[in-house]
Design a protein around this ligand. Structure first.
Ligand SMILES: [Fe+2]
Length: 465
């Protein structure tokens, strides 16, 4: 009986696990999956009232949930149950294009702007799925996983699953474009319908599908929508945040302005590690100025500063930085550091005070969770951090209180170059997790073509002959 209970009751499973560690048992409560996502999107938004959309593949029995949120509570108003799942729809296209589900969706989004309207693909997909507020994608998603959906697409298009992910012809680009378009029109319609129903023009979004920054851009640009907050840890890693917040009154939660919730390491600890490893290092009097000068000279910099970011984006705590001003810089990051598909864009970190200078509809965007168009006259300054196909960008705006040292570095880079922006990509090799510890940072520094590592107050450099 105990075994049956422990197998099927999640609370009991957690208790067993903690017991096995010898940890004292705290009281355990469970919070539904989509309620966690919803709280993670609304509670830290600082909205008094909002429509909340939680959109993912599947959490318990739900795939998409629409909520009406006020300062007192979150009310579920419409549920789209699994398998009617937008996350699985996009995952199916992702698998069909040769990437893995729950992994390559961002690449499909990045591929989409290279595509174009393709009436044949679009009419075939519209035969399969209904879009909009009453969407139905179950012809593709009716069985868990993407096998059935991929087979269906293979039959409809009379083309096998793509074998060489990353290398695409125009047809695959058009498919990505069309899938993104249908996803956008569906979520925008759900948002606009709920805004109309509840009379609030604030929208909060979470769930794995909310990592799609182009989708978030479309919601923000809807004439029916005034303001959008997207939980930066939109996927299931953010459930813990939501579970905690869900027990509080939304109005009692402060606006979330950063994600620096991970571990940090003292300079002395790092100094000792470097000495143990017989590595030379220096301690510049003005680290930010020194690194800014090196960036302006074209060096590629590993930047390890303060508490690590929670979530999928490196936001100046575990980042690789480069000069944002030329496509050549982007190509060097690809060649020497990230070893990834050359068509994929990089993103910028910019001073928040410069958002207006570069971004259409520029506003604080501290999380790289939302895309923007760039003023055409300013685009030439940011060539390395624009999407090559549509000149959009996925910025991080930085304020001094969010990360003082990163803010100062960008300000110093502006002082030297006139451009208050750096290229920022995550500190990891291709398909690896972001580095967390100093040891991991050192391994990546020496495993990739980085020139300089700025790790807390210290710098490590490669000897060039
Ligand atoms: Fe989820």
């Amino acid at each position: 009986m105990t075994q049956i209970r422990s197998r099927f009751l999640p609370t009991r499973q957690i208790e067993n696990r903690l017991e096995s560690f010898g940890t004292p048992l705290p009281p355990i409560e469970t919070v539904p999956h989509h309620r966690c996502h919803a709280a993670s999107a609304f509670h830290p938004s600082a909205f008094d009232e909002a429509v909340v959309l939680t959109v993912d593949a599947k959490g318990e029995y739900d795939s998409t949930v629409v909520w009406h949120a006020t300062g007192r509570r979150l009310k579920r108003v419409r549920t789209y149950e699994h398998p009617n799942s937008l996350g699985l729809f996009f995952a199916t296209v992702t698998e069909y294009l040769g990437y893995r589900m729950f992994n390559g969706e961002g690449k499909v989004m990045g591929l989409a702007p290279y595509g174009d309207d393709n009436p044949e693909i679009e009419s075939a997909l519209r035969e399969l799925i209904d879009t909009g507020v009453d969407y139905d994608v179950t012809k593709l998603t009716k069985r868990w996983g993407t096998g059935h959906g991929v087979e269906t697409l293979e039959g409809v298009f009379d083309r096998p699953r793509h074998e060489t992910p990353g290398e695409y012809g125009q047809w695959e680009k058009d498919l990505a474009y069309t899938a993104q378009k249908l996803l956008e029109e569906t979520v925008v319609d759900i948002a606009e319908t709920a805004v109309d129903q509840f009379g609030t023009a604030n929208v909060s979004i979470a769930g794995g599908v909310a990592l799609n920054c182009k989708l978030n851009k479309r919601v923000r640009e809807s004439p029916a929508v005034d303001d959008v907050f997207v939980q930066p840890v939109a996927h299931d890693a953010g459930l813990a945040l939501g579970a905690g917040w869900s027990r509080q009154r939304p109005a009692a939660v402060d606006r979330q302005t950063d994600v620096y919730l991970g571990p940090e390491y003292e300079t002395d600890e790092i100094r000792s590690l470097l000495e143990t490893n017989k590595l030379e290092y220096a301690e510049p009097d003005d680290l930010e100025r020194y690194v800014a000068e090196r960036l302006a000279a074209g060096d590629l910099v590993g930047w390890f500063q303060g508490r690590m970011e929670l979530g999928p984006r490196a936001l100046g705590a575990r980042s690789i930085l480069a000069d944002p001003r030329s496509a050549d810089s982007r190509d060097r990051v690809n060649r020497f550091v990230k070893h990834r598909e050359t068509w994929r864009p990089f993103a910028p970190s910019m001073l928040e005070s410069a958002a207006d200078r570069y971004l259409d509809d520029g506003q604080p965007a501290p999380f790289m969770i939302d895309a923007y168009d760039v003023h055409p006259e300013a685009a030439a300054e940011l060539e390395a951090v624009l999407h090559p196909a549509d000149d959009s960008t996925r910025p991080q705006t930085v304020r001094e209180d969010q990360h003082p040292r990163y803010h100062r570095l960008i300000a110093e880079f502006e002082d030297i170059t006139g451009v208050p922006v750096v290229l920022n990509t995550s500190f990891n090799d291709h398909a690896e997790p972001i580095v967390r510890t100093p040891t991991q940072a050192l391994k990546d520094f020496y495993g990739m073509g980085l020139d300089l590592l700025a790790i807390e107050d210290l710098v490590v450099e490669k000897k060039t002959t």
